[in-house]
Design a binder for this molecule. Sequence first.
Ligand SMILES: C[S@@+](CC[C@H](N)C(=O)[O-])C[C@H]1O[C@@H](n2cnc3c(N)ncnc32)[C@H](O)[C@@H]1O
Length: 492
Amino acid sequence: MTKIWKKYILYFAQEHVDHRVAEFESLVKLFSLQFRCLTDHILKPFWIVEFPNDEAALKYSSRSVCLRAIFELWSHGHTAPEFHKRLGAYVDTHKSEVAGYFKPDISFKITVESYNKHFSQREKIDKIETMDYLPIEGPVNLKSPLVEWWYIEFWGLDPTAVPPVPDDIMFGRLLAQGQRHLIKELSLKQRKFIGNTSMDAQLSLLMANQAMVRDGDLVFDPFVGTGSLLVSAAKFGAYVLGADIDFMMLHARCRPSRITQKVRDKDESVRSNLKQYGCADRYMDVVVADFSNPLWHRRLCFDSIITDPPYGIREATEKVETKGTAKENTRTPDMAHYPSTSHYSLQHLYTDLLEFASKHLKMEGRLVCWLPFHRDDYSEELLPHHTHLQLVANSEQTLTGNTARRLLTYEKTKEYNNDETELSARLTKIPTPPSCNEFRQRYFNNAIESRQERRMRKAEQREIGRLEAIKRGKVPADARSKKCDLNKARFD
Ligand SMILES: C[S@@+](CC[C@H](N)C(=O)[O-])C[C@H]1O[C@@H](n2cnc3c(N)ncnc32)[C@H](O)[C@@H]1O
């Protein structure tokens, strides 16, 4: 028997676009949904996707943070005549299913959405009136309609090259909104306990979706900080546990990061964050621990590990030191001084993280973590890999002109074995790109370079302006020309 599919329009927010596919793939896997994607251009905010039924579509929208809304597709065309022909045909062929929406006691609303082109209210009403052949009998209700249709025109992605006619015209019945309301609900602006490196609500939710967090899961963040990643996991029903090397941070004794706050409130903590969002029952604990010296029982098993390790930019990448090596500046051997902490290189940190995940994740459990990169250095071969973990998603978030971080999702594919003979075989292979070793150093060097470049560009612009002015017979003021000469001399 051939399968019957239903078509839907997925309307995405044009934010964190690179994470869209990864989130979609994670959620269809989480709910074991069958689908067929009919859109080839994934950067478009509108996708046409087939699911077997509304139930599957609703499951997807019940978790997606990238999704604005999902519509049951009624018509789709590249030209207006094609669109109207298909809409008329849809209403005719689906008479029994759609009749209920047109009844006199069913209030309705039609929203006109145009992407990359602005229309006045009058123009929008004109567009609605082109569909006067729809046999709607109910009253208009703009506030709380029983049925809501959307007429959508897509005018391309480039605001500097808007096409003369829309690329796509779509019409559909609103089925559900995505979960973008959670971004506001969990916003850091109103959160009780935050720090300089707290992860924003949207990315935290995306990470929890990447980890395929389910109700009742056990989730761990080994670099927990203020617990933002635990908040989103708990919001999706997970029991959460965290660790951090920084006692002051975990106990909210560090300096407040809000400019308006002089001292921290007594009740600031990761636990109070969870309480704020009604997830206090999902809080297990947080412990002060150095990740390079794991303290966990070997049989402890997590459903997922979601974490944002330190890159050394806004927080130190440190580990607790042992009495192995004395400080270099020791004057005599008997006056040896041992450092309490030492630098924890990104390379060692990711080696430990992947090994830890391979040991403590359940089979098919996921590790979701960020890795910083210099954009020029990035290549897929530089990503950390491990024999027991498979990289299933990798999406980028730009940080500055030169730097980005990648959200990596690994899935455990092989049971961990303590067998000595296997040890060397499963060793994490993390290459040593400059991006991994010296991220901090290059981050700041680049900042200096680009400041110099910026000054040089501005000096050149001023010089061009000055010459132009002279050409037009205008003599620049003395002080300005002196400054130009000075800048020129500085950069020549
Ligand atoms: C990027 S922050 C994490 C921020 C966190 N996601 C949040 O929302 O607040 C990295 C954290 O790793 C911690 N850290 C640094 N080195 C560590 C180590 N060796 N073991 C455990 N935690 C460490 C830092 O104290 C910092 O809180």
